[in-house]
Design a protein around this ligand. Structure first.
Ligand SMILES: C[S@@+](CC[C@H](N)C(=O)[O-])C[C@H]1O[C@@H](n2cnc3c(N)ncnc32)[C@H](O)[C@@H]1O
Length: 253
């Protein structure tokens, strides 16, 4: 989903709260201090923005989706949120830290966003982020592509996500004046909620593939994808998504 695509904030709140709940560890890595100025990049519905504020930091959340920012404002009216595309933000030397959870991999203007993050940080400020890493949700992606390529109406859309390796992302950050101090790529098998968990997940995060099909054929395609995935990602009582995460700490030089 690009910044311009619609985010279903209601489905996100109802079924995908694990995204921010599992981001709690990234807040610990950020270790926000009272009085620090912190930018939450791709803040979504604002739950982690709020966790940062609870530690006494002065935080602003930005997100490119009107639906997500609208929900964030409704959830946390006392906090500051701005509707803004990360690649176009104009902050300069303003923040002690830029924080981001599960959002940078949606920002396919990778160089532009790294440059904007670097610009937004003051000298010695830190970027602390978690994003999807190389081969994140590899089985899910493969299943969708292998099924949909058999439907004659589908032109495979360009991927809307960027899942880099440690080396690849470190190079991007270094080229933009950010020195990488910590980087870790790890598997994080993630249980999805309920027996419809994989369908909900695909509808939230990968539906743009299915939108290429006439509406009456989407159900059939989705069922085929679920059949491919069941032997790989269904455990006794639920779906497990094959997440791989990349955690990064980098300092503005
Ligand atoms: C999976 S959500 C994560 C939200 C939040 N960080 C959390 O942990 O719940 C990804 C968010 O990134 C936002 N996003 C994607 N591309 C963006 C861009 N170019 N600029 C700002 N936000 C963007 C989306 O609108 C979405 O709200």
């Amino acid at each position: 989903m690009s910044a311009k695509a619609n985010w279903d904030a209601e489905l996100y709140e109802a079924k995908h709260s694990f995204v921010w709940k599992l981001g709690q560890g990234v807040i610990d890595l950020l270790d926000p201090m009272p009085g620090e100025r912190i930018l939450d990049l791709g803040c979504g519905t604002g739950h982690l923005t709020d966790r940062i504020a609870q530690r006494g930091a002065e935080v602003v959340g930005i997100d490119a989706s009107p639906e997500m920012i609208g929900q964030a404002r409704q959830n946390f009216p006392q906090l500051r949120f701005q509707l803004q595309n990360a690649g176009e933000m104009k902050f300069e030397d303003e923040f002690d830290a830029v924080f981001s959870n599960a959002a940078l991999h949606w920002m396919t203007n990778v160089e532009g966003v790294a440059a904007a993050i670097s610009r937004a940080l003051r000298r010695n400020g830190r970027l602390v982020a978690e994003l999807g890493g190389r081969r994140n949700i590899g089985h899910i992606q493969d299943a969708i592509e292998s099924v949909l390529c058999h439907f004659e109406t589908v032109t495979m859309p360009k991927s809307r996500t960027y899942f880099p390796s440690v080396g690849e992302y470190s190079s991007v950050l270094e080229a933009n004046g950010l020195e990488v101090r910590f980087a870790q790529l790890f598997d994080r098998p993630t249980p999805l909620e309920g027996t419809n968990g994989m369908e909900d997940w695909i509808r939230q995060f990968k539906w743009y593939y299915f939108e290429q099909l006439p509406p009456e054929r989407r159900r059939e395609a989705l069922d085929e994808v679920l059949n491919v995935l069941r032997p790989i990602l269904w455990r006794e009582d639920g779906w497990i998504a094959d997440y791989r995460r990349l955690r990064i700490v980098a300092i503005k030089m």
